[in-house]
Design a protein around this ligand. Structure first.
Ligand SMILES: [Mg+2]
Length: 422
């Protein structure tokens, strides 16, 4: 079985559901279960323990790299050859697994007339062709640079074969040199959820397991980290499955929300007046009618964009509250605060993006071209005990965004050509 794992480049993956049921509403956009996990988590950290954290062990696929789309595309093509249609039903079975384990699940569930080893061999060249297209997840480059510049030793520990890891990270500047240790699932007897790979990473880092903080996205990864008696922060791949991650020491919504000081590590120093600058994100399209809840329930009208034109882009960004500048073709350029996400309470069917243009408009402008430059992040989504508290938080977000957008750091984007629609 171990040798079979070595055949493949089938990556350890994040969420593969091609049709995720996202639920969203403007700002009241939080998976209640996830919120419960965040708020109720037994946060078993204490200062005496966290001061012992000296290094960080990172997972790759789904934690630092957005491997989802690539895996979906490859599986769609491969299953199509067998007359099957990838429907994502094995998502939970293959997230964070070794290539052989993941392939075994797909072969069995779809009744493919081949062995898992053969299936891995079929997929490997298809994946290899796609490594150059895998993007870093939001916050990944920031995290790696921060830890490196602060002299915090880092290891990369993935269930993927070492050769695949090296190939994937070669497309990301500075990553390879940032890790003191890079270890693949083919270098240990048993992959995650066994703790072997984390024990080996700690050994090569010359650290005690108790000195290691693991950052993971999958259940096997969390299980492995805890079995190694390490502290584990999880950024769940599968938002609607967040209740499964309660073994972790902390559950966070995205790498943007990582607070290293909780673990006795050097804190990020790039937050500015309660906002986190991000690499600008440019989107646009005609304004569509939303759910009508923004105006009717919250008293906050949003200028919604269709997500059909940018599903891949949208999927890359964590749910949360962002801000930036909005350009309307006939009305000018305005400050903007927005949500990305979903909410089971409203049973929305897809992840949405709902910008609130911070200006008093006297009429609707459905169909008008809207351009957005998103320049910063404010907070993760979370639930609220009452409509009043939700509305109060939205207005607080508005104040944070309005103030921040006056800073030169963000105000310069007001002149960006993307916003000027001819
Ligand atoms: Mg992973």
């Amino acid at each position: 079985m171990i040798s079979a794992q070595r055949h493949g480049a089938f990556p350890a993956i994040k969420s593969l559901n091609p049709n995720p049921i996202f639920h969203n509403n403007f700002f009241q956009t939080q998976n209640a279960t996830f919120f419960a996990v965040i708020t109720d988590i037994n946060f078993s950290y204490n200062m005496s323990v966290t001061k012992l954290i000296k290094c960080v062990i990172l997972d790759l696929d789904g934690t630092l790299l957005n491997t989802d789309g690539i895996v979906c595309n490859v599986l769609k093509i491969s299953l199509g050859k067998y007359g099957k249609e990838w429907d994502g039903r094995e998502t939970l079975k293959i997230v964070g697994k070794t290539p052989f384990e993941a392939a075994s699940a797909v072969v069995e569930d779809y009744g493919l007339p081949c062995s898992p080893v053969e299936f891995v061999s079929e997929l490997s060249p298809l994946f290899s062709q796609q490594w150059c297209n895998i993007k870093a997840l939001p916050g990944a480059n920031r995290l790696i640079k921060h830890l490196k510049s602060n002299g915090v030793p880092m290891a990369l520990a993935s269930n993927s074969p070492k050769e695949s890891i090296d190939a994937k990270i070669s497309f990301h500047d500075g990553w390879k040199d940032s890790f003191s240790v890079i270890i693949g699932g083919d270098e240990v007897r048993t992959g995650k959820p066994s703790p072997d790979i984390f024990f080996e990473a700690a050994r090569r880092l010359r650290m005690e397991p108790s000195s290691c903080l693991v950052i993971e996205d999958s259940l096997p990864g969390v299980t492995a980290g805890k079995a190694a008696e390490m502290k584990v922060v999880v950024v769940p791949s599968l938002p609607k499955q967040s209740h499964l991650y309660t073994a972790a020491d902390e559950v966070i919504n995205s790498l943007f929300d990582l607070q290293l000081e909780k673990w006795g590590l050097p804190p990020f120093a790039d937050w500015v007046e309660r906002t986190l600058p991000i690499d600008p994100w440019y989107i646009g399209g005609p304004v569509i009618k939303g759910f009508g809840r923004g105006s009717k329930v919250l008293g906050i009208p949003t200028a919604n964009l269709s997500t059909k034109d940018c599903p891949d882009l949208l999927a890359q960004y964590p749910s949360g509250v962002y801000f930036g500048w909005a350009g309307l073709s006939t009305r000018g350029i305005f400050k903007m605060v927005m949500s990305i996400g979903w909410n089971p309470y409203f049973s929305n069917k897809e992840k949405t993006i709902e910008p609130w243009l911070l200006h008093e408009f006297t009429e609707d402008f459905y169909g008008e071209e809207l351009r957005l430059v998103i320049v910063g992040y404010i907070r993760p989504e979370f639930n609220f005990p009452s409509l009043e508290s939700l509305i109060a938080k939205i207005h607080e977000d508005r104040r944070v965004a309005e103030r921040a957008l006056d800073l030169p750091l963000y105000s310069s984007y007001k002149n960006n050509s993307h916003l000027r629609i001819s």
